[in-house]
Design a protein around this ligand. Structure first.
Ligand SMILES: [Cu+2]
Length: 353
């Protein structure tokens, strides 16, 4: 609890001196509500006068979140808040601009959009903070990724860390059943076949609605079929896996133990993660213009010799695995491939800005 700060409002000062027995008005903390969800923080007020405030924080999302506030001479955070739970934070704020964000997931939640600002004006009403200098300079980030090293096709098989993924899967609501079956015979298995192929992709991270992608892959699967994939647009809606996000994201810590996207992939860091729609050709014939494609340049997850998954938490490993996942859009027929999907890894890949 912060002590209440007592101010004498000048207009009333005379009355107090004149002996009128009113208690001096204390400045009550300004109440600000913060609502946390995937992937935003909504504040009931984005500008407040300097002085005491009480932040009442509610997690209305479906995974745990936190809140950290940082500004002039201040850095405070609340313990992790479970979905549906609340917390509060009492602060005394000086004039200035404060960043309010979710610190969960090594900045991943912040990067996904859980980041906002609170402007605190001097008590006299004049704002000494640079007024809403929201730098919408839409910084343009592009990453060009080239697949290299051994190429492997990942075939259906059991996920090798079911006990680690199990408790996290339970929070996946309606997706739970589909994921349970993937844990038995899904694409993230130790069952792999060496193949050959090439893959290059450029990904532009330009904010929520303007992300872009351009790439193509060619590979010959174990059954001798020649596949070609052309990527020309991102997918931002209806991306499977809770909680939803899509497009292009540079630098993300997710999967596995993070509770973000499927835990039937080890915990990883990615230099780039993207969701895209692709044109898929099989032996030169169009299969679909609507293939769902997920690409990650991620921390190494597989062993060098047999490409078995080496770790449940692989997030500290070197980022050099390029993974291409191609699945049919919901309602479309499975591909004519083992398990009906195409998962291909380029094991020694690289990226440049
Ligand atoms: Cu969060």
């Amino acid at each position: 609890m912060q002590p209440l700060r007592i101010r004498i409002v000048p207009a009333l000062a005379g009355l107090v001196l004149a002996g009128v027995a009113a208690a001096p008005p204390a400045s009550d903390p300004v109440q600000v509500n913060a609502q946390l969800s995937e992937w935003k923080i909504e504040l009931s007020k984005t500008a407040v006068p300097a002085g005491p405030i009480t932040l009442s924080i509610t997690n209305t999302g479906s995974i745990p979140h936190g809140l950290e506030i940082e500004g002039p001479g201040l850095e405070r955070e609340v313990p992790l808040i479970q979905p549906g739970a609340s917390a509060s934070l009492s602060l005394t704020l000086k004039p200035g601009r404060y960043e309010v964000y979710c610190p969960v997931g090594m900045s991943s939640h912040k990067k996904l959009g859980m980041d906002t600002h609170l402007v605190v004006a001097a008590a006299g009403g004049r704002s000494s903070a640079p007024a809403e200098t929201e730098h919408s300079t839409a910084s343009l980030h592009v990453l060009r990724v080239t697949g290299g090293g051994p190429v492997i096709q990942i075939l259906p098989g059991p996920f090798p860390f079911p006990d680690s993924a199990g408790p996290i899967l339970k929070s996946f609501g309606e997706e739970h059943e589909a994921l349970e079956s993937q844990s038995l015979n899904g694409p993230y298995s130790n069952n792999v076949a060496p193949i050959s192929g090439s893959f290059t992709v450029a990904a532009w991270d330009k904010g929520a609605v303007r992300d872009s992608v351009d790439g193509s892959a060619e590979f010959v699967t174990r059954d001798g079929v020649k596949w070609r994939l052309v990527l020309d647009r991102v997918q931002t809606k209806d991306v499977p896996h809770h909680p939803k996000f899509g497009g292009v994201i540079l630098g993300l810590y997710y999967h596995g133990a993070t509770g973000v996207h499927t835990p039937l992939v080890p915990t990883i860091n990615s230099a780039v993660a993207l969701w895209s729609i692709g044109h898929l050709y099989r032996n030169g014939e169009l299969v679909t213009d609507n293939a769902y494609v997920h690409v990650m340049l991620l921390s190494r997850t597989r062993r060098e010799n047999d490409y078995a998954l080496a770790c449940w938490d692989c997030s500290k490993n070197k980022i050099e695995e390029l993974q291409l996942q191609i699945t049919p859009a919901p309602g479309e027929p499975k591909f004519d491939a083992p398990g009906g999907f195409l998962f291909v890894n380029w094991e020694k890949s690289s990226a440049r800005q």
